[in-house]
Design a protein around this ligand. Structure first.
Ligand code: PRP
Ligand code: URA
Length: 209
């Protein structure tokens, strides 16, 4: 069974509280998503493999450790996942980025895939799927299934806010996937929105409502 990590770092909780406020502007919301993604990426990449290298300092040659080979790729679920990419990339600027387009049908709440472009060698990389919201879990679960169909072997899911229902779906559908969330909220409402949540993450990121 994958592990679920809920961040209790004060900086993350502080920034998340500002993001949730309905008066927070689109500009501030976008900056906060990026900042929280950076803070979460620091912790979520803790298990990345290292390899021994030799470094010549001004004093002598010495064995050191660096990230091993083609190690990771970031996979945002469009649209809202895009908001987390730059923050993650600021820590691992050489990471590849793959995109999965997925929206939730407003009636059925089922995910609809509309785009997929991935690095060719995803089977060799640790993939970090990013999306601010894990509500019913349908979008993230479908995205992870798609990655597995295309050969992915190691996947971590990183979300800002998760409903217990969404976590349960990922645990059930993908027990091999670790989940990192900044907050686990109370429940879903009748429209399958997270309570208390922050509303529609894509609309708040891009000012479309
Ligand atoms: C939101 C969010 C997730 C999904 C979560 O995207 O960014 O992808 O909903 O809901 P689920 O867990 O119930 O599937 P949305 O469908 O609103 O698309 P958008 O990012 O393009 O706004
Ligand atoms: N998508 C969002 O953007 N917010 C929610 O609360 C649920 C799905």
């Amino acid at each position: 069974m994958g592990k679920v990590y809920v961040f209790d770092h004060p900086l993350i909780q502080h920034k998340l509280a500002i993001m949730r406020d309905k008066e927070t502007s689109t500009k501030d919301f976008r900056e906060l998503v990026r900042e929280i993604a950076t803070l979460m990426a620091y912790e979520a990449t803790r298990s990345l493999p290292l390899e021994e290298v030799e470094v010549e300092t001004p004093i002598c040659k010495a064995p050191m450790k660096m990230l091993a080979g083609e190690s990771l790729a970031i996979i945002p679920i469009l649209r809202a996942g895009l908001g987390m990419v730059d923050g993650f990339l600021s820590l691992v600027p050489n990471a590849r980025v793959g995109h999965i387009g997925m929206f939730r049908d407003p009636e059925t709440k089922q995910p609809v895939e509309y785009y997929c472009k991935l690095p060719e060698d995803i089977d060799k990389r640790h993939l970090f799927v990013v999306d601010p919201m894990l509500a019913t879990g349908g979008s993230a679960s479908a995205a992870i299934s798609l990655l597995k169909e295309k050969g992915a072997k190691k996947i971590t899911l990183m979300c800002l806010i998760a409903a217990p229902e969404g976590i349960a779906v990922i645990e059930n559908d993908h027990p091999d996937v670790d989940i990192f969330v900044a907050a686990k909220d109370s429940h879903l409402n009748e429209h399958a929105y997270i309570v208390p949540g922050l509303g529609d993450a894509g609309d708040r990121l891009y000012g479309t409502k």
